[in-house]
Design a protein around this ligand. Sequence first.
Ligand code: ATP
Ligand code: MG
Length: 668
Amino acid sequence: MTESDALAELDPAQVQAVEHGDGPLVIAAGAGTGKTRVLTARVARLLASGVAPERILLLTFTRRAASAMLSRAAALCGDAQAAQRIAGGTFHAVAHRIMAEHAQHLGLEDVTVIDPDDVVDLLDLLRAEHGLDGTAVRLPTTRTIADIASRVINTATPVRTVIEEQFPWALEQADAITGLLRDYRARKQERGLLDLDDLLIAWRALVADPDVGARLRARWDWVLVDEYQDVNRLQVDIVRGLRPDGRGLTVVGDDAQAVYAFRGASAGHLLEVTEAHPDATLVRLERNFRSTQPILDLANEVRPGELALRLVADRPQQGARPALVTCRNADDEARTIADRILAAHVDGMPLRAQAVLMRTGSHSAQLEVELKVRGIPFHKFGGIGYLETSHVRDLLASFRVVLNPADEVSWYRLLTRHRAIGKASARGLAAILADGGTDRAADAVAAAPAKARTGLASTLSLLGAVDAATPVPELVEACRGAMDPLLRGHYPDWHRRVTEVDGIAQAAAHQSDLRAFVSEQAIDPVNVAGDWAKQPHLDEDWLTLSTIHSAKGLEWDAVHLMRATDGAMPSDMALTSPAGLAEEQRLFYVALTRARDTLDVYAPSRLPTHPTAFMAKHVAAKPSRFLTEPARALMDPVRTAVPAPELSSGSATPRARVRLDAFDELFA
Ligand code: ATP
Ligand code: MG
């Protein structure tokens, strides 16, 4: 292929952006206008015009997005090998690579990266040490404290200010939280642990370093960033540090789709680039190539105010109006979604062209059961719950204590898998082991509850037989041997988990650098849950289930947006601040604009108070407040046909379920 192929199938505004020279370039445009396509074509064009792939850095929000763009660029420029040599990936993944290269300089040679769940575990450990773990203490949840920590870093704002602005109800505890977070930082350093924010901090520090920074600036001539509306302060600093004069910088985004304010992103970053570089070229793309006009009409109606232009469909055909499907309850919603997916399938739409999107991963609990019962294959992206990945993470924890015996959180995790060890003793034992690894096995065993001693001694002797210098396959084998009896005893459904544990063990055994592999699992958790054992085959047809966050930038012919009710979307948790509500609205907008041909929005009228609890109470639910009167006027109402089940024995609903529903009223 030639350079002109990269320009094929682009409209004049897009061609202008692709052909733009090396001056700073900002593409600010709405959903589906081809921003990502332009970025990809630009990469292909650079390659075709002789730029060495090593000189290009491509930053995206997910690993999936990076690999999709790189393979498309490879196809466009006809040189798959060249495209593979481009540095591409998420900010965190690239940060990790760079940090590993400069570990010595940073004094970070033996560190491991911990994921957000580990952060919570570590904070829990510290809370207990501070005596702040009792129910009597009115402190926010540990997860909220972790959020506060992240916000502090990502917005460069003092703890107290973050609490004042975002969590005012916790203000009384500001000193306790600040103390806890100070200790959290110290403990990470002491134990050789880096959280995801630390990776960005390390990258930024390297960019700011006179010597290393100069080398990093000289390394890439071209820095291209997709979804720039969602970068946070640290990421802005990194990009600016890499391209201070904006030469070779391309940033692409849509303010109306900013959905990571909770992580410290703030709309306006795109504009900031044009302000920082008066010579920047601002390109706006106006035609939407993705969706039909009726879908865009709804999206325009829902779109948060001032920010963006109205989207106009480039596609000639009209297409169906979005459906607003009112269902009776969560079970009815699950059945109806499955029905409509199958109906579309019968009409010739493969499962692969359809997706079910949701605000929060737990919303699909009933749907997943329904899909399994009906034999509809699916894969779920984003929001993967603790339970689904915990066994995989247990095995990773065993690798980590071998690679870094000071890793207190991993010791803690592993110890709690012992039947006879409770949380409090696990904390004490983790502290002992983190201070000397398996060399302190005897001390740990002596300190363990009597019932746990034999088991613990055996675990520690198996782990103690290997260390960071052991060949990887042998190390993995030993960890597997140590963990097997623990996990078997810990998980009642072990038989369902064992394949995944096998999968990750096999993948790990083939690594040349196990430390990097383990850290990558913390950086991109999709990959952990992401099905080592059940990686979807390309020739199979399967449905996508995804959180809206994980669906960013993607598209499907048919989108089923489930649980569009107040409380779920917007999420109750976001209602504490106007900023939170605005973010939910942008998220809703992102969801609607994923659809190409058909869009079904589902609103159950009764919902369980807890999404996964089997016996949860059911309460009335209303359609999302974002579906205003004018918005609903753009939709076709659909009601599920089956009448309310109230005591009617003739309905298709299993009897037991009818009875449970009836009991709910007693507890309302
Ligand atoms: P988002 O904001 O959701 O990330 P985007 O602006 O990145 O959207 P793309 O994903 O690049 O948009 O493009 C949306 C769809 O339109 C894709 O299927 C893409 O292939 C198609 N498309 C883009 N430009 C053109 C064009 N000039 N002609 C035909 N199809 C196009
Ligand atoms: Mg895009």
